[in-house]
Design a protein around this ligand. Structure first.
Ligand code: GDP
Length: 295
């Protein structure tokens, strides 16, 4: 699983065989390779520094199991630490038993919010739950159309009000409609921007306050690396996030941004998007992602 890293570590540790202990001195080269690997995976510099401090503390003086070579022991420690930071696993949408569950998706424009609305809808449809989608992205006229098409494709209702200019009102009306029609879940597709701005954040805060979503999920584009981390920080400050969905991990991105986003927000990574189709949504698995980041 960690072929390239293991090779590097192997040579860094070749002088160590038989010593039995990982010490600060003989670990230095191996740790440098781990650090480099994380930076190449798009993990942010400050997160890498903090992570390496933890790993060093954990590994220092630790007895190397007789059956393992030192580089394997270090990789194991690094992997373990990554899994711990990336966890816990929580793919549940925490649906209410007695009233509609309101899921609010937010994120930058192009991050994959609207597509993710479709993916979550597909997931719910598989559980025989019919969600109501609410087109609250009034910034991008095409977004309303896009959501309507998704609703038609998946056979679920879409609440859209082209005459309304206030997304808070649209969301409130959508939730009222779901209560009337008996939809167990409401998914709010909110507006994004190409970059964070105060007006967007203000709009999202108003929706959060007035509509009271049960779960607020940040959708981040896994291809954008450092930008994903910066935007996650800003969204996390403005809203009480309950989870993160990282999209576009079907590409070349090694997913290091996920580690930074997790560190910045502290909320569970719920799902990852692995394609444009509605079935391309996977519950997040820290073990798999740790292996990918370390490759
Ligand atoms: P929004 O502006 O946040 O609503 O973003 P969209 O849902 O419109 O998505 C922007 C683009 O990213 C579209 O072309 C989607 O098909 C694409 N997209 C979304 N999620 C994924 C994903 O997981 N993988 C890939 N490859 N493309 C995705």
């Amino acid at each position: 699983m960690f072929d390239s890293l293991s090779e590097g570590l192997q040579s860094a540790f070749k002088s160590l065989s038989g010593k039995g202990k990982l010490t600060e001195g003989n670990m230095r080269d191996g740790l440098k390779i781990v650090e480099q690997s994380l930076l190449e995976s798009d993990v942010s510099y400050s997160v890498v520094k903090e992570f390496m401090a933890h790993v060093t503390e954990k590994a220092l003086g630790k007895r190397v199991l007789l059956s393992l070579r030192p580089h394997e022991e270090l990789v194991r420690i690094v992997h373990e630490e990554l899994v711990e930071i990336l966890g816990p696993v929580d793919p549940s949408l925490h649906l209410n038993a007695d009233r509609p569950t309101i899921l609010m998706l937010c994120g930058l424009q192009g991050s994959g919010k609207t597509t993710t609305c479709g993916k979550l809808t597909q997931l719910l449809r598989e559980q025989n739950i019919q969600p109501l989608l609410v087109a609250a992205d009034l910034q991008r006229p095409a977004a309303i159309e896009q959501l309507k098409v998704i609703g038609e494709q998946l056979g679920v209702p879409v609440h859209a009000e082209t005459e309304h200019k206030d997304p808070v009102k649209v969301c409130q009306n959508g939730v009222d409609r779901a209560r009337r029609d008996g939809n167990r879940v409401v998914i709010l597709d909110t507006a994004g921007r190409l970059a964070i701005d105060a007006e967007l954040m203000d709009q999202l805060k108003r929706i959060d306050k007035k509509v009271g979503p049960d779960q607020v999920y940040l959708v981040v584009d896994g291809m954008t690396g450092q930008d994903a981390v910066n935007s996650a920080g800003a969204f996390n400050e403005a809203l009480e996030l309950d989870g993160v969905i990282m999209t576009k991990l079907d590409g070349d991105a090694r997913g290091g941004a996920l580690l930074s986003v997790k560190q910045v927000t502290g909320v569970p990574i719920k799902f990852i998007g692995t394609g444009e189709r509605f079935d391309a949504l996977e519950p997040f698995r820290p073990e798999g992602m740790a292996g990918r980041i370390l490759q």
